[in-house]
Unconditional design. Structure first.
Length: 405
């Protein structure tokens, strides 16, 4: 909440606070106070989020907090629909969007940011992290389009990346830094544990052991990639667990339906990639399982932060194997700093080199398949998925052609 008085004084700031500590409200409350009432001059506030799911969540909170003010918030969804909506009526006050959708409409000359007075970047470390040059280029294009004389900027995140700090120092006027708690640390509301499982097959055994001991839903399970998320789902669906999976290859309708079912309690265990680790607020997540060790401390903090939100307690278990020694040291340090026990030898492992860190961010570790199906059945499933993906791609291309037409 330290950000609220700073924004009320129109200070440009970088705010780093633990997940679940109320960062969204901390920028929406002063933002709505500054805008006061609707003005038909176009967007006066722009909120940029790294994922569609986080953008939708922020939009819903914005609508709720601005109720009665007359302010109009617009969520940039399908680019075709956005073209039509912005073409008919560009008199919204607040725009919530992801970078790629906005840049597309800026290049098409459909969206204008000339009246923007406040630019908020949520989960800003995601846009600046190593290996994400595309996001940074898009963000630079957005900054250039915000050319109003009243423009103020504020960046919020749960972690403080060095690239982000350097950029803020160079580009923000009279920069105010706000740090809540230890930098790059997980919330102390989450009990954290590292569990050595030996090898890849040991992970499946360890997870089934958690279930056998009594898994209290809701539970989020993070994997390294969408392929591994699918494989784990294929294994657990036959265990009688009320489970589903979400990743970038599922359609928007499917993703929305899965999130809705998880929030309502129809799904107890949700398998996901880091798509879900950024800012999405699920009430009362009791357990986060890092089935695969996250590639960085930043990713670890965001994953673990899906539990222990808004004053609730939570738990996080991270499986690791001998293969993970390259990056487990930094995560062990975060857990130790939070006051939880970790094996001493993990803290004494060598630090990964800069090249190793970049490699982990871009490609991750090469891991053995989770799948225990026979090879011929596995190939059959892969062929079926490829056929479905081809059909889905054709449908998307047809829809895009229709929208452009």
């Amino acid at each position: 909440m330290q950000a609220i008085p700073a924004m009320l004084e129109r200070r440009e700031l970088m705010c780093c606070a633990p997940t679940g500590s109320g960062k969204t409200a901390a920028f929406l409350i002063p933002l709505i106070h500054h805008l006061k009432q609707p003005c038909n001059v176009g967007f006066r506030a722009l909120i940029v989020a790294p994922t569609r799911e986080l953008a939708w969540q922020t939009h819903l909170e914005c609508v709720a907090l601005s109720e009665g003010s007359g302010l109009r918030a617009y969520i940039m969804g399908n680019t075709g629909n956005s073209k039509k909506s912005l073409g008919k009526n560009g008199k919204y006050d607040i725009l919530v969007t992801t970078p790629n959708r906005l840049v597309y409409l800026l290049r098409e000359g459909i969206a204008s940011l000339k009246s923007v007075e406040w630019l908020i970047v949520d989960e800003s470390d995601k846009l600046f992290e190593a290996g994400k040059q595309g996001f940074r280029d898009q963000l630079a294009e957005i900054y250039s389009a915000c050319c109003g004389s009243k423009l103020r900027r504020a960046l919020f995140s749960a972690t403080a990346a060095s690239e982000l700090e350097e950029w803020c120092q160079l580009n923000l006027d009279s920069l105010l830094r706000i740090y809540v708690g230890l930098r790059n640390s997980a919330t102390d509301a989450v009990e954290q544990e590292l569990l050595f499982v030996g090898n890849e097959s040991g992970k499946l055994t360890a997870f089934r052991d958690l279930v056998r001991k009594g898994l209290q839903p809701p539970v989020l399970v993070f994997t390294q990639s969408k392929e591994r998320a699918r494989e784990l789902f294929d294994e657990l669906i036959y265990d009688g667990i009320n489970v589903d999976v979400i990743h970038s290859e599922r359609t928007l309708t499917q993703r929305d339906n899965v999130i809705r079912c998880f929030r309502s309690g129809k799904i107890w265990v949700l398998i996901c990639t880091d798509l879900m680790a950024r800012g999405i607020d699920f009430k009362g997540v009791n357990l986060v399982v890092n089935y695969d060790v996250p590639p960085s401390v930043v990713d670890y903090v965001h994953r673990v932060g899906r539990s222990g939100r808004a004053g609730h307690k939570g738990r996080a278990v991270t499986f690791f194997t001998e293969q993970d020694v390259v990056n487990i040291r930094s995560i062990a340090r975060v857990i130790a700093d939070a006051g939880y026990e970790v094996p001493k030898y993990l803290l004494e492992l060598p630090r990964p080199s800069k090249d190793q860190k970049l490699q982990l961010q871009r490609r991750g570790l090469k891991r053995r398949s989770i799948c225990t199906l026979p090879k011929d059945e596995l190939e059959k499933q892969k062929r079926r998925r490829r056929a479905i993906q081809r059909i889905q791609k054709q449908k998307r291309q047809q829809k895009l052609a229709f929208d452009k037409g």
